[in-house]
Design a protein around this ligand. Structure first.
Ligand code: WTA
Length: 635
């Protein structure tokens, strides 16, 4: 079914939790709690939701009257910020640290208690209000990894507006099309950010993007680097200048909204066309992400938790911003690259801050593993208690290195499988789960998963099939912005009553799930999700390119890299300099992560008789694998 040869999956080894892990566990008996969650989801999630603050209780926990548009906690009123910040201010957590942030240079460390976080969010919220942002508006945020990114997101939520965060590593066209689709009137950005000691010129990219769209009226600019930038009069405002406006320092109530009010959209890549704006809402997303975080990381008040993802992706939304704050936790955030200036950068910070939980991606683990054990061994990593992994399947070699060299064989590895669309962890161990390296193990509470064959029947044990979720859960996406049809088509057309994730997987004899990889044209490069269609459309926007195809090929560190096949327009000749120019062009349009590793020129692309590019064939050829069924190939 899929042609991922990269990952060797060995089922034999099992790692059991230590007694101290079991003693500390919020849930010691997964099986019975899971059973309860599946047998009576309304009671299960209703009881959990009671632990949050609602200004009005829900009428219904779960509303399935218009599938696949499921709703949760309908009739209920709250705000995720009421639960992520406000309620902590009434407890000892008021003075607890919410966030510790370190700059890439290491010269700058900032800390925020829940009290000061609240103050920062209020200032931002007042700025947004003074610009006319209202309930229901979508504010686009394009920022480096700095605390203001978090404040801006929370400020939108606080006033009942939605945010659309565009990852700071994206570039001109990616930003422009997301702004346009969301019809944002306000953009929040920064003059720049630091990456590997260099300034990334975010404002300049934003200026180019703004020239390509027509909706932004105001642009708020946070000063991070202090280098010279262009500020358009009447459109661009420095954030620090706005802070001197008296209304900005006034109190600001947290707006109470319906549970189903849109909290954010986050664009993600799918099989075809433009990235889609995945919708999440205040109520269900809050209850689900907070609960997954609590049980999977066994979080408690003494923890110092570090999710090394970027807030601009779903991992950051759910597990840097919302779930940790909902649990009243202390998070650490680091601005820069993992191996800058040396490969011990992460290990040094774990020691310095006493990090207890580290959550990262296989690509980062493999990248740091390359530098050998001496770098982590120079540091005291004994504060670590639990490790986490996300974004792609983790190969057992990387898993074991993470477990043995970083976790000193004391820290269980939580391999969490989930998606932008799912909002939170779906298949994941709990710390007490016996672990098999390379398997995300068992479904989380309330998640009914299966692996199906092509006829829609459960696939036999050990056989690869299509991963589906059979029941909706509180944080399931509420649709695609402006495009309900596409939502139905993409996730609910094959099996109608089951959510199709787009991944292939197999189930072993113990019921453990082994996720294999994407079944569609999504490429995971260093854990970042990109679609072939976006890369292809960036290529054909170059004057030399008539047609283009992009595929993902396995790579030792990045998981996958992008290879492109290009047919040139008449009058253009293939050359090394054109290859470089095309790579640069894709980087400029989408972002450095989308830069192809290789660009090959062809006279024509293999297509089906109906004109679809046969990427599968290109991939098989590149990997030297059998070409499979070619009956639809156009001669
Ligand atoms: C892949 C990231 C195997 C998968 C949270 C999924 C994984 C896609 C894992 C979603 C994992 C994520 N094991 N594969 N632990 N976690 N994936 O939307 O293919 O950026 O469909 O969300 O990443 O990517 P997204």
């Amino acid at each position: 079914m899929s042609d991922e040869a990269g990952i060797k999956q060995s089922e034999g080894e099992v790692y059991f939790p230590s007694q101290s892990v079991i003693d500390n566990a919020h849930c010691k008996d997964y099986d019975s709690m899971y059973k309860r969650s599946i047998e009576d989801p309304e009671k299960f999630w209703g009881d959990i939701a009671e632990e949050f603050e609602w200004s009005q209780k829900w009428d219904k926990v779960y509303d399935e009257s218009t599938p696949p548009f499921f709703k949760w906690f309908t009739g209920g009123k709250t705000n995720i910020v009421t639960n992520a910040i406000d309620r902590h201010l009434k407890t000892f957590r008021k003075n607890k640290l919410a966030l510790i942030w370190e700059s890439e240079s290491g010269d700058d460390v900032r800390t925020y208690s829940y009290f000061s976080l609240n103050r920062e969010v209020i200032k931002f919220a007042n700025v947004l209000k003074s610009m006319g942002v209202q309930k229901g508006d979508i504010v686009t945020i394009y920022m480096p990894r700095v605390p203001e990114l978090m404040f801006a997101m929370l400020a939108c939520a606080k006033i009942g507006a939605a945010h659309s965060v565009v990852y700071g590593g994206f570039s001109v066209e990616a930003l422009a099309e997301r702004i346009e689709d969301a019809q944002s009137k306000v953009l929040i950005t920064a003059d720049g950010g630091y990456m590997r000691g260099k300034i990334v010129n975010l404002k300049q990219i934003a200026d180019e993007a703004l020239a390509r769209q027509g909706t932004i009226e105001h642009c708020v600019v946070v000063r991070r680097t202090g280098h010279e930038i262009y500020m358009e009069p009447g459109r661009d405002y420095w954030y620090h200048d706005l802070l001197s406006v008296p209304v900005v320092n006034q109190p600001c109530e947290t707006e109470q909204v319906d549970a189903e009010t849109m909290l954010f959209i986050l664009y993600t890549s799918g099989t075809t066309g433009r990235p889609k704006g995945v919708i999440h809402t205040h109520g269900g997303y809050m209850v689900y992400t907070a609960t997954t975080f609590k049980y999977v990381f066994d979080i408690n008040d003494e923890d110092r938790y570090w999710c090394a993802a970027d807030p601009g992706w779903i991992t950051g939304h759910s597990y840097i911003v919302y779930a940790p704050l909902l649990n009243g936790s202390t998070s650490f955030m680091y601005e820069g690259a993992p191996n800058f200036p040396y490969p011990n950068r992460w290990w040094k910070m774990i020691e310095k801050y006493g990090i207890t939980i580290l959550y990262t991606a296989p690509t980062a683990i493999r990248g740091l593993m390359r530098f050998g054990n001496a770098w982590p061994n120079r540091h005291d990593l004994s504060s670590l208690r639990i490790l986490g992994s996300v974004g792609e399947p983790i190969n057992p070699e990387a898993w074991k290195w993470y477990y043995e060299v970083i976790g000193k064989s004391n820290c269980p590895v939580m391999d969490t499988w989930w998606q932008t669309e799912t909002g939170g962890f779906m298949i994941t161990p709990l710390p007490v789960t016996p672990l098999k390296p390379g398997s995300a193990t068992r479904p989380f509470f309330g998640i009914d998963v299966d692996v199906l064959d092509l006829d829609g029947k459960s696939a036999p044990t050990g056989e690869e099939g299509i991963l589906v979720i059979k029941k909706p859960w509180p944080a399931i996406m509420r649709g695609i912005l402006h495009d309900p049809e596409r939502y139905k088509q993409q996730y609910w057309s094959k099996y109608t009553t089951m959510y199709e994730a787009g991944d292939s997987a197999r189930k072993d004899k113990d019921g453990y799930i082994w996720v294999i990889g994407r079944l569609d044209d999504v490429i995971k490069v260093s854990g970042y999700r990109l679609g072939t269609a976006e890369i292809e459309s960036a290529l054909v926007s170059h004057s030399a390119v008539a047609e283009a195809a992009a595929i993902g090929l396995p790579h030792d560190v990045k998981g996958h890299v992008i290879h492109c096949y290009v047919v040139l327009r008449a009058g253009y000749a293939a050359s090394d300099s054109l290859v470089e120019e095309l790579k640069k062009h894709v980087g400029h349009e989408i972002g450095p992560i989308a830069k192809p590793e290789k660009v090959n020129f062809m006279d024509s692309l293999p297509k089906t008789r109906s004109g679809k590019i046969m990427r599968r064939l290109l991939k098989a050829r590149a990997l030297g694998l059998p070409e499979g069924d070619k009956s639809t190939l156009e001669e």
